[in-house]
Design a protein around this ligand. Structure first.
Ligand code: IMP
Ligand code: MG
Length: 174
């Protein structure tokens, strides 16, 4: 049976999200940014994040394919759903559940710059460092881990565990 090892409780997550939201609100004070959630994983973090922000925002989503049901990136990032808002000249903040290799984030930064966004920054609930393959900066990370496959708080393994209010390390039988 897979084992779930607790990493962050619901309360610890709320504290970290509130802290990042305060930084974002202060950095963008007086502006109205567009938060772009990367489906599906980011929907839980995005919905908590916006309720802690003190600046007006607009929301859109992209959907990318990279992983399938495995636990490591295929390296090929396809954009399956594009945003609906006109992003020309807009301040875009990409919102990710977790950044691992960084390939998805690098592809999305290029994509939004190519659409003519005025600025492109990123926030990830988890910054997972060990397998990073790009130099793309995560401007606002709630939590940094070195390694491991994490689930809960929107993060899945083969579409399971997204509903867990805490963050867990999933230990698969090998
Ligand atoms: P990257 O392109 O390798 O940075 O992968 C980004 C995407 O892979 C994330 O948006 C997640 O959907 C997925 N992913 C990477 N690591 C994990 C993990 O530990 N748990 C769940 N999903 C993950
Ligand atoms: Mg995923």
């Amino acid at each position: 049976m897979p084992e779930l090892v607790p990493i962050l409780t619901k309360e610890e997550i709320e504290t970290k999200v509130a802290r990042i939201a305060a930084r974002i609100s202060s950095d963008y004070v007086g502006r109205r940014i567009v938060l772009i959630g990367v489906l599906k994983g980011a929907f839980v973090y995005l919905s908590d994040l916006i309720r802690h922000l003190t600046i007006p925002v607009q929301i859109d989503f992209v959907r990318v394919a990279s992983y399938g049901d495995g636990t490591s990136s295929s390296g090929r990032i396809r954009i399956l759903k594009t945003p609906e808002l006109d992003l020309t000249g807009r301040d875009v903040l990409i919102v990710e559940d977790i950044v691992d290799s960084g390939l998805t984030l690098a592809r999305l930064v290029d994509y939004f710059e190519g659409l003519g966004a005025g600025s492109v920054k990123s926030s990830a609930f988890v910054d997972k460092r060990e397998r990073r393959e790009t130099s793309t900066v995560i401007d606002y990370a709630c939590h940094v881990v070195r390694e491991g496959f994490l689930v809960g708080y929107g993060l899945d393994h083969a579409e399971n565990y997204r509903e867990l209010p805490g963050l867990y390390h999933l230990k698969l039988d090998s």
